[in-house]
Design a protein around this ligand. Structure first.
Ligand code: FAD
Length: 413
């Protein structure tokens, strides 16, 4: 790629930072500008609800060392918001009016927490978690002790609840569904996580809708739709995130649950790419577009977009993967299950050391290892094989999973 080109990346999170790294490591020696609205240089978000939130570490989880960007001639502009994209002129317009021209553009503007608008939402002490500053603010409240109510028992709500319990707070979790994490994991695994939280002393209120927050100035209680009032010193809302599509929308890019891209992560505007939480990318394995709001997707899709900006023609086909840590329960999940026929367990569910497989039409479409390690590659191989697998052979702990993966990978799909 000739060195007189300028590549611009908008969004200095994990996807953007890894894309910049890849452009340089793959030999792009043109001008490279990485623009981020936050004041911090790029950092990873998973620790913000885990060890960083519990103050087990005070090191910010930066993606690169302080000197990395200058050493690699990456023009990192923090505290800089891109206000619009002029696709006709191939320029981004910064807040303040400066225009920056680009030959290729990557959008990695991520996602932001969905905000509540119930009465009392503006009270002091009603908090959200996305940034390191948000995590610092919640950590301060946790250190002070007291009663936390989390709104939502998805990943963010569940992890914050776990961290706050580990630090000795009284924790109530309010969830509209019947079980925590049910939307993603379904009832079988939702029940496992219900028990994990209640065993650790969380007051878990499921099938419960939020009505309002009450207090004068600061939140003092949370009112439920069925008329209960729960005392609270602070509240953290974790009701999902929405992709930050405003720039792309104003620029006329095709949107559908995020910014739509092809398998090469190129948007409907030639030369403009998208990756990470923002991108609803065509997935060759699933033969449809999917948007994945997880760390590994940002980590790997940013670099894949970078390679394609260099015309490497490299379709992104990693299987979705995520992890979560709550109390002493660690898990990894691979695959993509929205509908399934059954969930098969391998190992000891009561001891919380097991692998779960989601099956549809006799094939494994997703798998999750809980406190069992070094099996995620085998799980992915089984999913990728698209082979029909006998549930009994999945359950049989006498057959090592790598052997099973090898045998199904060789089988007819
Ligand atoms: C607390 C927390 C815990 C998590 N834990 C896990 C976990 O355990 N496992 C897991 O798999 N995933 C986890 N995730 C999800 C994971 O962190 C995200 O999937 C990942 O951060 C997505 O990276 P991204 O680079 O696509 O977007 P983001 O991280 O959202 O970064 C986008 C960046 O773009 C910037 N930006 C947006 N618009 C503009 C603009 N107009 N101009 C300039 N800059 C802009 C934003 O300020 C932001 O810094 C967690 C997320 C959070 C918040």
């Amino acid at each position: 790629m000739p060195s007189d080109q300028t590549f611009v990346i908008v969004g200095a999170g994990l996807a953007g930072a890894k894309a910049a790294e890849t452009l340089r490591s793959e030999g792009f020696d043109g001008r490279l500008i990485l623009i981020g609205a936050e004041s911090e240089r790029p950092y990873e978000r998973p620790p913000l609800s885990k060890d960083y939130l519990r103050r087990e570490t005070t090191d910010k989880p930066y993606v690169h060392d302080n000197g990395y960007y200058a050493e690699n001639d990456i023009d990192l502009r923090t505290s800089t918001e891109v206000e619009s994209i002029d696709t006709d002129a191939s320029e981004v317009v910064l807040a303040g009016g400066e225009r920056v021209g680009f030959d290729r553009l990557l959008l990695t503007t991520g996602a932001e927490p969905r905000r509540l608008s119930v009465p009392g939402s503006d009270l002091d002490g009603v908090l959200y978690l996305r940034t390191v500053e948000n995590s610092d603010a919640i950590a301060e409240r946790i250190e002070a002790g007291g009663r936390l109510v989390t709104i939502g028992a998805g990943w963010i709500g569940a992890e914050i609840a776990a961290s706050a319990r580990m630090k000795g707070c009284d924790v109530t979790v309010l969830e509209m569904a019947s079980l925590p994490l049910e939307r993603v994991l379904g009832p079988e695994l939702g029940a496992v996580y219900r028990d994990i939280h209640t065993d650790h002393g969380v007051n878990l209120l499921t099938d419960t809708a939020l009505e309002s927050f009450e207090g004068s100035g600061s939140v003092e209680s949370v009112r439920t739709a069925d008329g209960r009032s729960i005392d609270a010193d602070f509240v953290v809302v974790g009701v999902g995130v929405a992709p930050r599509t405003q720039l792309a929308e104003a620029a006329g890019l095709k949107l559908d649950n995020g910014v739509v891209t092809n398998e090469l992560l190129e948007t409907s505007a030639p030369g403009i790419y998208a990756a990470g939480d923002l991108a609803n990318a065509r997935h060759p394995f699933y033969e449809k577009n999917i948007r994945v709001e997880h760390w590994a997707n940002a980590l790997n899709q940013g670099p894949a977009a970078a390679r394609n900006m260099l015309d490497r023609n490299d379709p992104y086909d990693n299987l979705p993967y995520f992890f979560s840590d709550q109390y002493d329960v660690g898990m990894e999940y691979a695959g993509y299950a929205t509908e399934w026929d059954e969930v098969v367990f391998r190992g000891d569910v009561d001891a919380r050391e097991f692998v779960a497989f989601w099956l549809a039409g006799g094939r494994v479409i997703a798998g999750m290892n809980v406190n069992v390690w070094d099996v995620i590659d085998d799980i992915q191989a089984i999913i990728r094989s698209k082979a029909t697998v006998e549930p009994d052979s999945l359950k049989d702990t006498d057959t090592p999973l790598d052997e099973l993966a090898e045998s199904v990978a060789g089988a007819e799909s």
